[in-house]
Ligand binder design. Sequence first.
Ligand code: GTP
Length: 336
Amino acid sequence: MSTPAIPAFVLTGFLGAGKTTLLNRLLKHPTLADTAVVINEYGDAGLDHLLVQKSGDGVVLLSSGCLCCSLRGDLLDTLADLAARRADGSLPPFARVVIETTGLAHPTPVLQTLLAPQLVAAGYRLAGVVAVADAQRGEALLDEHAESLAQLAVADHILISKADLVPDIAPFIARLAALNPQARIDSVQDVQPAELLAAPAFTPAMPQKPRPFFSAHDASIASFVLTTGKTMEPYRLVGFLDELREHHGEGLLRLKGLVKLADEPARPVLIQGVQHVLYPPERLSAWPDGDERTRIVLITRGLDQRRVEDLFAAFTGDIRLDAPDREALTNNPLAF
Ligand SMILES: Nc1nc2c(ncn2[C@@H]2O[C@H](COP(=O)(O)OP(=O)(O)OP(=O)(O)O)[C@@H](O)[C@H]2O)c(=O)[nH]1
């Protein structure tokens, strides 16, 4: 009998954005008390782990009852170890894990780690990416630090901190909505802790929100949705994902989708991926939102959207003008 997967949330945001402040607030909430926290610090500079009360062995027990782990070493080993100790009863049966990334980190290595086969086998499931956006430093931060832009671009949920220090956050919100049209955007103060870490966090928004404007600085980052009402044969999905990963993996900051497969159209398959790493598809029991179309959200950097759309259409059999069909892409001896 399989046990339910452990939802893993990534909490990201630039240095000083307010991640630890938010985390402390979340962990005080009774419904989130059974949360394991991994603070992903590199080097000796990080101090975040000192802000929680240690109880030896790298694991700390917060006064609220939360489990916390300060991590200097390998994220993968730590997460695997936490799961093993949860399974053998030496740790309480935590209901979710939050991984706070270092402020300077590009988010993709952490996401890739979570999609690694060892962690999938250990029972983890990437449940959502929450990014804290600092309204005080606002757009300047996005312009100056590519990591900050990437953190916000891959988020499912953006939380704006320090809105209390800024007279008008509307332009900042507009910029964030343009950068990541799929994300839900809230002010940190307005969001309820319990709803923040409620799994599953992911439902691809449809239709795609229009981009109110597009900043030249963010021009290489794009977010778009591939959709089809058709069912797909499983081998075609595999073929599409293989092609995508092989030829466009480098520019794929994040992929997440619900796919209607021909074998069981009433039970969509959840797919997730980061760059060249794809998570094993997960069969859901039902469509989460009444919309039974395949929807795959891609967040990309420097990737040709049109080519990806053509590739997808070739595998679904949807006809597109001026685009090669699937045979031409997969059976062409001259193809790349
Ligand atoms: N006024 C105000 N201050 C905030 C808010 N959120 C965080 N801060 C302050 O901002 C500073 C940095 O917050 P942290 O929570 O430590 O930020 P962090 O993202 O964890 O920082 P690093 O771990 O260095 O990446 C602290 O002094 C907080 O008190 C907010 O919403 N409003």
